[in-house]
Ligand binder design. Structure first.
Ligand SMILES: N[C@@H](CCC(=O)N[C@@H](CS)C(=O)NCC(=O)O)C(=O)O
Length: 229
């Protein structure tokens, strides 16, 4: 599949990282345009006028927005290379179901821990553990082979999304002082994430730890300040 491919992203965005990983798994050549989210480019606003967010993938001049939509587009357009979604409709449905759970439930619960402190944060941490328990049980029930990797032997959509949700667990520990991944409580999820973050392809796409820690600390204090104002 020929055509120019440009990814508009932001270095620390977990959503941009998802698309970056999908492109790398597929071995697709692409150009990268870093966006300053405080001063969005005219192209980003034109390509994604609805949400005005990264990532946006521009293929042959055609823009596609929303990380999960982009990944499905990539998989359907570049049929060569490893598939990101299973061919079997039931397996594909399971991937979409757990991807939705990660995105809507676990990701949001972790975000709540980042934005709060004190008792509200304690409640949010409890919520994350509840979601992790559900994920652990769900993986056990839905994937008899367990992890890694849910989709075979190369990363699929679900691996990509779990990586962008829990891959930063060391950063969460450092900034928030909470440990989410516990091999005793969540053996499958922990071994899954540990194996994923060790993949050369993932390491290549991961920004330096100190840089992300700095950004997360900054974001957290901005959230706490605006909540107190
Ligand atoms: N649902 C979107 C979320 C994308 C998103 O939230 N992107 C953030 C960066 S992490 C963004 O561009 N924020 C800019 C803004 O909100 O103005 C996706 O999956 O692509």
């Amino acid at each position: 599949m020929a055509g120019r491919v440009v990814l508009h992203g932001m270095w620390a965005s977990p959503y941009s990282k998802r698309v970056e990983l999908a492109l790398k798994v597929k071995g697709i050549e692409y150009e990268y345009a870093e966006e300053d989210l405080k001063n969005k480019s005219e192209e980003l606003l034109r390509y994604n006028p609805v949400h005005k967010k990264v990532p946006v993938l521009v293929h042959d001049g055609k823009p596609i927005a929303e990380s999960l939509v982009i990944i499905e587009y990539i998989d359907e357009t570049w049929k060569e290379g490893p598939r990101l979604l299973p061919q079997d409709p039931y397996e594909r449905a399971k991937v979409r179901f757990w991807t939705g759970f990660l995105q809507q439930q676990l990701f949001e619960a972790i975000f709540a821990v980042i934005k709060t402190d004190g008792e509200a944060q304690e409640r949010a941490v409890k919520e994350v553990h509840e979601k992790l328990k559900v994920l652990e049980e769900g993986i056990k029930g839905s994937y008899s082979g367990g992890s890694p990797f849910i989709n075979g032997n190369s990363m699929g959509l679900l691996d990509i999304v779990v990586c962008s949700t829990l891959g930063a667990h060391k950063i969460h520990e450092e900034v928030l002082g909470v440990k989410f991944l516990d091999p005793e409580k969540y053996p499958r999820v922990t071994s899954w994430v540990t194996a994923l973050v060790e993949l050369p392809l993932v390491k290549e796409a991961t920004p330096p730890l100190e840089k992300v820690v700095g950004l997360l600390q900054f974001l957290r204090s901005s959230f706490l300040e605006s909540a107190a104002a």
